[in-house]
Ligand binder design. Sequence first.
Ligand SMILES: [Zn+2]
Ligand SMILES: [Zn+2]
Length: 177
Amino acid sequence: MLVIEVAQIPPEGLDVDAPLDAAGLHLGPSEDFSLAVGGRLTSHVEKGDDLTVHVKGHLSAGLELDCGRCLEPFTLPIEQNLDLFYLPHQADGEAEDEDEITERELVVAFYAEGRLDLGEMVREQLFLGVPMKPACREDCRGICPTCGANRNTQPCSCPTDDASMSPFSSVLKGPLF
Ligand SMILES: [Zn+2]
Ligand SMILES: [Zn+2]
């Protein structure tokens, strides 16, 4: 369903409306996230005269991540509009003129062997959506470094050193030049 034979895209284009699963997206068991149930790709795929493929649509998925602060699992929603161009990959060394490629600023990828795998495309989009420091919510209070309590759910009575929260604290505490 997610793998499209470019030669079989009709002149009016192809509507793809498909549920997402880990297998279709080539996601292994040890990625940085797992895919929440219920993800969906809705898109319209059109072929240009020069075998360019234009994919326009919407990706809706959830990434199951662990919060970097409180370590609790949470689901990060991904809602992404797609507007991507694919060119046929020329494996025989007949590379397209480089100037020509750079002029097409919208080209983001190539497809090979006449086949475009939308699962691969979605996989890339999801990886781009994984934050460097995942947080279950913006104001997650994290784990208390002293007693280990999850401060979102168990307020603890450990003394808090507010200065240590500041990224400038080490500078402020240092010797004055
Ligand atoms: Zn958290
Ligand atoms: Zn504590």
